[in-house]
Design a protein around this ligand. Structure first.
Ligand SMILES: Nc1ncnc2c1ncn2[C@@H]1O[C@H](COP(=O)(O)OP(=O)(O)O)[C@@H](O)[C@H]1O
Ligand SMILES: [Mg+2]
Length: 482
């Protein structure tokens, strides 16, 4: 079975924790053991040194109150003669001493009482080292299942002399050290168990909280994929990477929901816009079918009305198609457009469209912009159309362009009724028509500015409106210069 991410993370964490505890405690255990044994060796050596000196070099010590000084003359004594008392002096309740000659023959054993430990024989390899003059020879050996620390001390023929007469062996049991080490080991194991438990619980809790966020996200994703776009992960208390992932996710879903909603509204509005002319057409046709053919005047009126509605329908379809075409940027056919030339051509159409108005052009400097000429014309036509429809006949409408940093600004200004402030935020929405009165009898589709905005943005520019009710409107757009 595949482990969950949480189980994998927790076990990885525990594994690493266990490994580091093992290394640290192992190192600490061995170090403490080494230190204790080393200390024992130093202590034994320190105790043995004056005793050996006293027996080997009695003159040097000069202490007349010691046993040695009382019986031994002031010359280097024969090892065999002092071996027994020396061994006895080196022996105590926890140390056993043995004096050996150069051949490794046992000269004396310090054991006097039965409770004193009996010494083992030296290890030949170490013994040779001691005979070779090495002062600090100590090693650990096992006897009767007990560990012993053995020290070998070379016995010299005189103070500072090289000649070695024999070796004193002092051994002590390591049971006390072993006892301390057992206690130390138990403490280490206890600490390790507590650390592992605490670490495991903390890791489990931390990882669970972190993963809960992910689980919540997965759950939300499932709900969303089942069609409920209103679902959000919403993790305000997660101020970490998972929290920001959840934030980004919620933000994305919000955008998608808004897009879906606007598409739904767009389709509903489009259907509604199509229904109005279709209803009018159906009405007129029903009247015709019921026998209006006999009244030629009525037929003319009805067919003219029907023709107007058909025109409206085809304009609407045209604009809808234009909008969808703009979604694919490859449909933009950019070319160098000389604005002087462009406006000269456009002004001819403009004077036809605004024949009841005074259309003037405010020329700017010579400039070439990279744009789709037909689309640019479409935008200008839409803006001019609005200006014409929302201002009285005889009023001035100004078109123009000028340079601004990195852009060229093109505008259409009228002195008509203006746009009420509550309409302003919506006029670029598809099918939105303001409450303004319209001069002339034609009803707009509400797609003119939507299309203009889409075209301008597809060119990398932006469009703005300034309007003062009763004074007029300026719709301007910026196109980037390259
Ligand atoms: N120059 C203008 N003066 C006053 N109102 C305007 C002007 N241009 C646009 N508007 C308002 O913005 C709305 C949306 O414009 P538009 O998208 O061109 O749609 P339509 O012209 O088909 O109504 C218009 O219904 C109108 O209320
Ligand atoms: Mg319009």
């Amino acid at each position: 079975m595949k482990l969950s991410l949480r189980a994998r993370l927790v076990s990885l964490y525990l594994g690493l924790l266990f490994l580091s505890i093992l290394v640290l405690s192992g190192y600490s255990y061995l170090d403490v053991r080494r230190l204790l044994i080393y200390n024992t060796a130093i202590r034994l050596r320190a105790q043995a040194k004056p005793v050996i000196e006293q027996w080997l070099f009695p003159g040097k010590s000069g202490a007349s109150h010691t046993r040695a000084a009382a019986h031994v003359p002031r010359r280097i004594p024969k090892l065999a003669s002092i071996a027994r008392p020396l061994a006895c002096d080196l022996t105590s309740r926890d140390t056993a001493a043995l004096i050996l000659d150069r051949n490794g023959k046992k000269l004396a054993n310090g054991k006097r009482l039965p409770e004193e430990p009996s010494p083992p024989l030296p290890d030949p390899a170490y013994y040779r080292k001691a005979l070779a003059g090495k002062n600090e020879v100590d090693y650990i050996m096992k006897e009767n299942e007990k560990l012993l620390l053995v020290l070998l001390i070379p016995l010299r023929a005189g103070a500072g002399k090289k000649e070695i007469m024999g070796v004193a062996q002092i051994s002590t049991s390591l049971v006390p050290v072993h006892r301390i080490m057992v206690r130390h080991g138990i403490v280490l194991v206890l600490i390790a168990v507590i650390t592992l438990l605490a670490g495991g619980i903390t890791a489990f809790l931390l990882i669970s909280t972190a993963l809960n966020g992910l689980r919540q996200m997965a759950h939300t994703c499932r709900m969303i994929s089942e069609g409920d776009l209103s679902q959000r992960v919403n993790l305000p208390h997660h101020r970490d990477e998972i929290g920001s992932l959840a934030d980004a996710f919620d933000h994305t879903v919000e955008r998608i929901e808004a897009t879906f909603e606007s598409q739904r509204r767009f389709v509903a509005n489009a259907a509604h816009e199509l229904r109005t002319p279709l209803t009018a057409l159906r009405g007129s046709m029903e009247v015709l079918l019921r026998g209006a053919q006999d009244d030629p005047a009525a037929v003319t009126r009805l067919t003219q009305g029907m023709y107007r509605e058909v025109l409206r329908l085809s304009r609407l379809c045209e604009q809808l198609l234009d909008l969808t075409r703009l979604d694919v940027s490859s449909n933009i056919n950019k070319q160098e457009v000389n604005l002087d030339e462009f406006f000269e051509g456009f002004l001819q159409q403009a004077t036809i469209l605004g024949r009841d108005h005074r259309v003037t052009l405010e020329k700017g400097p010579f400039v070439l912009v990279s744009a789709d000429r037909d689309m640019l014309e479409q935008v200008m036509f839409n803006l001019l159309h609005n200006a014409v429809r929302h201002s009285r006949s005889g009023e001035t409408i100004t078109l123009g362009w000028r340079l601004v940093p990195n852009h060229v600004k093109i505008w259409v200004e009228d002195h008509g009724e203006g746009i009420p402030p509550r309409d302003l935020p919506h006029i670029f929405e598809p099918f939105y028509r303001g409450v303004s009165r319209v001069y002339g009898n034609e009803r707009g589709t509400g797609l003119g500015l939507t299309l203009a905005k889409a075209v301008v943005e597809a060119h990398g520019g932006r469009i703005t409106v300034e309007s003062r009710p009763g004074k007029g409107t300026i719709v301007a757009f910026l196109l980037p210069l390259n």
